[in-house]
Design a protein around this ligand. Structure first.
Ligand SMILES: *Cc1c(COP(=O)(O)O)cnc(C)c1O
Length: 360
């Protein structure tokens, strides 16, 4: 028998051992009601204005940068646009962390890409679990900071839905002063805009804020995100970004999504999702197999069930796809449900109620 050469032996060790991010799309499912990726349920409409695809795009399309800067109230030189916030998560590692020397720190349960990106680059991970109320354990963070160059905090946090207390973010920024970047992931901030810490940029040279068009802007398929920081940090990130991170159609649509009129529509969308969230949450609280519905400031809610596996599997078989969070730190029994249309929320409730009656 011919023994095949195993190409895996050529791969980097950390890549051989890497478990790729289990994105909602990779997990599959045969759904009609997609509530597992925190997307907006309805596609917004756009036109293609830029048709000259023979030319390379701008690295940092000026319209997109200027409009995003105006939207958040910062200067254009404090904005970097990237291929989704996920690329910005990775650019921070590329710019600040040396394999075998530096570490990144994050606080589970939280977004999975901090870990995946660190692993991909062979960067040590300091994992400091949150306290029981999901706030960062500042004391533990203080004792784990040796060689840490980058701290990820997610506020509001995915998948728990809570805002991180701003005074604790200040504590972490103080600990990290002159030592590490603190990246605050505000992917869901449009659902609780008052909680943004963008105005802190003038006080903290080591603060980076991550943003995206994937959630409240309803453009997950566009792949467009942002890093907000002071100009010296932006300049470092621009050194390591791909030469053409955004294709011309992406920049074209992102610019349209950031006009004042489009931002008003986004705000209406976010308000509608927030209303649906409180209706869904109230209905869930009345179900006997629901142990807890956690408060959320986002477009999803985390729910603890007495029979999470049964709920997940039964709804999956009916084409209602939720996100199982049970392998996350401390989240046994928990499923995450994205807020869809009112009809989609109803179908979730009815499907869960039917399990109840089927079991009696
Ligand atoms: C969805 C999400 C992102 C990724 O956003 P993209 O712009 O789609 O890459 C980043 N952080 C958190 C917490 C998210 O939930």
């Amino acid at each position: 028998m011919k023994t095949e050469f195993d190409i895996n032996t050529l791969a980097r060790k950390n890549v051989r051992e890497l478990t790729p991010y289990q994105s909602a799309r990779r997990l599959g499912g045969n759904g009609s009601v997609w509530l597992n990726a925190n997307e907006y349920p309805i596609a917004p409409d756009f036109t293609f204005n830029e048709k000259n695809l023979n030319r390379y795009p701008e690295c940092q399309p000026v319209n997109v940068i200027n409009r995003y800067a105006a939207y958040v109230g910062v200067n254009a030189n404090q904005v970097l646009v990237s291929r989704g916030a996920d690329e910005a998560i990775e650019l921070l590692i590329r710019a600040f962390c040396e394999p075998g020397k530096d570490a990144v720190l994050y606080c589970p349960p939280t977004y999975g890409m901090y870990s995946v990106s660190a692993e991909t680059f062979g960067i040590e991970q300091r994992v400091v679990p949150t306290l029981a109320d999901w706030s960062p354990d500042v004391k533990a963070i203080a004792s784990q900071l040796d060689n840490v160059k980058l701290i990820y905090l997610c506020s509001p946090n995915n998948p728990t839905g809570n805002i991180v207390n701003p005074s604790l973010i200040r504590d972490v920024l103080a600990l990290a002063k002159d030592k590490a970047i603190v990246a605050v992931d505000e992917a869901y901030i449009e659902f609780c805009p008052q909680a943004s810490i963008v105005s802190w940029l003038e006080d903290y040279p080591n603060l980076v804020i991550l943003r995206t068009l994937s959630k409240a802007f309803a453009l997950a398929g566009l792949r467009c995100g942002f890093a907000l920081a002071n100009p010296p940090v932006i300049e470092l990130l621009l050194k390591v970004i791909a030469p053409y991170p955004l294709s011309t159609p992406v920049a074209d649509i992102a610019a349209q999504a950031l006009t004042e009129a489009s931002i008003e529509i986004m705000k209406k969308r976010a308000a509608e999702i927030t209303r649906n969230r409180s209706i869904l949450s109230d209905m869930l609280k009345k179900l006997p197999n629901v142990e807890q519905v956690y408060n959320s400031e986002t477009n999803y809610i985390l729910v603890k069930f007495t029979d999470a596996n049964l709920v997940f599997r039964t709804l999956w078989e009916q084409g209602i796809i939720l996100r199982d969070q049970q392998r996350q730190y401390g989240l046994n029994g928990c499923l995450r449900i994205s807020i869809g249309t009112a009809e989609e929320c109803d179908s979730v409730i009815n499907a869960i109620k039917n399990i109840q009656t089927a079991n009696v």
